[in-house]
Ligand binder design. Structure first.
Ligand code: ADP
Ligand code: ZN
Length: 822
């Protein structure tokens, strides 16, 4: 019997755990994972019970104040996962616990107090406050703690009511608001005039020339284009209009607004076509045999890496795996990069598992989040799909964790603390829950791939594409769809022959052909690194740091080139050190520029642009995509966001406007990212019988990432990348920790960085591990963000984290295994 608990209190910056005594009345109700209130200094704070204790570590313990819910809010596996993350990433365990709970849960939790007075109740022996409390509860009926707090401010009513409840005169029970199971409504707008009447209607949109007039016209056009009712949020995104505009148009009788019931579940209620379960291809069957054998064996745990080219049928394997997990009455977690969380993706799961899929995404309201969390805790739905945070879904018995596109940076939380990699977290969580962890990707990262080999994980390969659109014969499986041809276009030759356009002749011809054949093309621009790296237009040579072999970054004001990893600096050379050419320049181009030139060359083409600017509005991304899918545009221009998981059968040409931008980013993982991006983007073309090709424009046709991507040669790339990493002591051969200091004052930032550096230097020198190297301090590539100056120090070593154990890193951002050093 435990009378004590160890609690992680929810107080920012407090990393230690504290021991408390459990009040007698609820000693049998407190469990690991219970949400409690505990005294902390002079305050009462919330916390989570990490474990039960027979004896506390300290001689004197205070008592818990409140148990906020009868059911634990976190499962034992979640508690252990939070501890794992805290130890791995040097952040307080409480921050991870918080990340696992829906926001505001604590504030919503409360206790309900109810009178339980015997018939012969006599208040004579009561204190004044106790009498007041009883009177109040008599008058008002059962009340929540928060209501009592309002009525009895500044007095210790909790102590009084506790003694009442000890005497059996009051009962208390924790309450969380029940999940809202009711329907939710969406607002739909539709045009209530025939399309022919549109021109006159446009005149009635308000006072000519006013801003509102333009917006309202845009609404009418958008609705006319759509041809069916549109969710108002889409209308806002498409037109820039606001609700006043819509109401105006409604009054004018031009549109109607109505509410339609939708399910909270964003995919239920949609027309989801029945899913027929296909016969597995030979390759899928082989992989499945291994997977299902693993499912059976409850023994040795290891994650499984599924390396399958785009369109090779990985998702079908996920679906089967989920089915067998459901058969075993367990739950499944599917993680995808948020950007891939499209209706298309979700529907593939929903079609197989109607009504059993919950979706988590960043646009859920706090209420919806809480709702989903509560339903998951009861396993009301056994499958969840979502971004990295969906790993924290409180399922009681997780059977499988699937990460699709597991190489994606979206699985790493590095923007806001607490930092973690969802891949690492999933592997740890799988071990804790005894769940299978399946990591799928067309382009697994070299670090993960290397580890899979080192640790003997099962490695499943699906090297062939499935012919899915326009199946040749029903009932027959064809996994012989060729990967698209990738042609590398040397932009140096284009320049030499006098073509200064951003389109090579080959790309221009290709686009013309697309228009003639009424097909579609995607033009991809790698936004990373625009305008800041310097290369020679004649030979393609880019200026690099002699110490880090990373591209140097141009700082125009000083006309200096700087290495953002080690601090190396040099001036901008007038002639190319490689060929003596005189056209050494910075490079930059944006999607808008591409759009402009495209419209000049093909005035009749219908062009859509997808980038951070055009997709800022909620749902704009879905709108752009659905327009494109419905062939309402010929060309789609976009940044790397476009490369992710789209299946567009009419796209037969993908043009990479300039592959180099991605190759010259000052970061050790640049080659890998470029290879992944080019491979993914090539996967967008030729998804059907129509075939497809990729044109890759570059000034560096001999770059290894480009050569291997052009040949769809993962293993060739992998070998070479690994070699490079080995030579330069980068992961997986060395691990890295990045320390970042931030300050609004430039000098203070610098000073703090220097102090930290000396502290680290002492640690490194005192350690017997000679593999540790310290780099910096240096401002990172993005040296100033939102008015804050950043400095970074990088610690490299075989086990650098060992150095940092037991130290307090509260004032510094510590990032373990950073995916990039920007
Ligand atoms: P990936 O997830 O590897 O990109 P998908 O699972 O999307 O590949 O598969 C590509 C296409 O092939 C999809 O349209 C899918 O429905 C189809 N498909 C998958 N497996 C089979 C199969 N065994 N027989 C027929 N079609 C299949
Ligand atoms: Zn350097």
């Amino acid at each position: 019997m435990s009378n004590f608990v160890r609690v992680a209190v929810n107080v920012p910056g407090v990393a230690e755990l504290f021991d408390y005594a459990i009040p007698k009345e609820w000693s049998d109700r407190v469990q690991p994972g219970s949400l409690v209130e505990a005294p902390f200094g002079k305050q009462t704070v919330q916390g989570v019970v990490m474990r039960l204790l027979a004896q506390p570590d300290v001689p004197e313990t205070r008592e818990l104040v409140e148990l906020l819910d009868d059911q634990p809010v976190l499962t034992p596996s979640q508690l252990r996962l939070a501890e794992f993350l805290s130890e791995t990433y040097f952040a307080p365990v409480g921050e991870y616990l918080n990340a696992m709970l829906p926001p505001g849960l604590g504030q919503r939790a409360d206790t309900l107090y109810q009178l339980n007075l015997p018939a012969d109740f006599d208040s004579a022996s009561m204190s004044g406050l106790q009498r007041h409390l009883i009177d109040h509860l008599r008058r008002r009926g059962p009340l929540r703690g928060r209501q009592l707090e309002n009525a009895f401010r500044h007095v210790n009513w909790r102590a009084s009511i506790r003694s009442l409840s000890r005497a059996g005169l009051v009962t208390s029970r924790p309450v969380l608001p029940p999940p809202a199971v009711g329907p939710k409504y969406a607002r739909l707008a539709s045009l209530c005039i025939p399309p022919q009447a549109l021109p006159q209607a446009l005149e009635r949109a308000g006072r000519t020339g006013s801003a509102a007039f333009g917006r309202r016209q845009a609404v009418l056009r958008a609705l006319a284009d759509e041809g069916q009712p549109m969710d108002v949020s889409w209308v806002y995104a498409a037109s820039g209009a606001n609700s006043t505009d819509l109401r105006y148009l409604e009054k004018q009788g031009l549109i109607t607004l109505r509410s339609q019931q939708v399910w909270r579940d964003p995919l239920a209620g949609k027309e989801i076509p029945a899913d027929e379960i296909p016969v597995l291809t030979g390759g899928q069957q082989q992989a499945w045999d291994i997977l299902s054998a693993r499912m059976e064996s409850a023994g040795a745990f290891a994650p499984i890496l599924l390396h399958g080219v785009t369109g090779s049928g990985k998702t079908e394997l996920y679906l089967r795996l989920i089915q067998s997990v459901l058969d075993a009455k367990k739950q499944a977690i599917v993680l995808v990069p948020e950007i891939s969380l499209t209706p298309q993706t979700i529907q593939r799961f929903a079609a197989r598992f109607l009504g059993q899929v919950g979706v988590v995404h960043s646009r859920l309201s706090p209420g919806e989040r809480l709702d989903t969390w509560m339903r998951a805790r009861r396993a009301d739905f056994p499958i969840v799909i979502g971004p990295r945070s969906a790993l924290f879904t409180p399922f009681p018995q997780v059977g499988v964790i699937i990460l699709d596109e597991c190489h994606d940076d979206a699985f790493i939380q590095s923007d806001i603390p607490p930092f973690y990699s969802a891949v690492e977290a999933a592997i740890a969580y799988g071990r804790l829950c005894g769940a299978l962890v399946l990591l799928g990707s067309a382009t697994p990262g070299v670090v993960l791939y290397h580890r899979a080999k080192q640790e003997n994980w099962p490695l499943l390969e699906l090297p062939r594409r499935i012919r899915a659109h326009g199946k040749p014969e029903t009932g027959k499986v064809a996994d012989d769809l060729p990967l698209p041809d990738v042609e590398v276009v040397d932009m140096r030759t284009e320049l030499k022959s006098g073509n200064t356009s951003i389109f090579s002749r080959a790309l221009r011809d290709g686009l013309e052909e697309i228009l003639a054949r009424r097909q579609q093309a995607i033009l991809l621009l790698n936004r990373r690194g625009s305008a800041t790296y310097v290369f020679c237009r004649d030979c393609g040579y880019s200026l690099r740091c002699p110490r880090c072999d990373l591209p140097l970054t141009l700082h125009l004001r000083a006309n200096d080139l700087l290495c953002h990893t080690c601090g190396y600096r040099r001036n901008l050379p007038r002639v190319c050190p490689n060929c003596g050419g005189t056209r050494v320049k910075g490079f930059g181009t944006g999607t808008e520029k591409v759009e402009g030139e495209l419209k000049d060359v093909f005035p009749s083409a219908r062009v859509l642009r997808w980038d951070a600017d055009s997709t800022r509005a909620k749902d704009a991304q879905d709108i752009i995509l659905s327009h494109f899918r419905m062939h309402q545009a010929d060309f789609l221009i976009g940044t790397q966001m476009l490369a992710k998981g789209l299946d567009l059968p009419l796209v037969t040409l993908v043009g990479v406007v300039l592959a180099d931008a991605g190759l010259n980013f000052p970061d050790y993982s640049t080659g890998e990212r470029a290879f992944q991006l080019l491979t993914q983007v090539a996967g967008r073309a030729g998804r059907s019988e129509l075939g497809g090709r990729v044109l890759l424009q570059t000034f560096q046709p001999d770059h290894y990432a480009i050569r291997h991507a052009a040949r769809h040669d993962f293993s060739g790339f992998y070998a070479q990348e690994l070699d490079y990493r080995r030579q330069l002591n980068y992961p997986p051969f060395m691990r890295m920790i990045r320390f970042e200091v931030r300050h609004t004052d430039r000098l203070q930032a610098r000073q703090k960085a220097d102090e930290l550096h000396s502290r680290l230097k002492r640690l490194v020198e005192a350690s017997p591990d000679r593999s540790n190297i310290l780099l910096g301090p240096v401002p990172p590539y993005f040296s100033r963000r939102a008015g804050v100056y950043r400095w970074q120090i990088i610690l490299k070593g075989t086990r650098p984290a060992e150095l940092l154990k037991k130290l307090d890193w509260r004032d510094v951002r510590v990032e373990v295994d950073p995916p990039s050093l920007l």
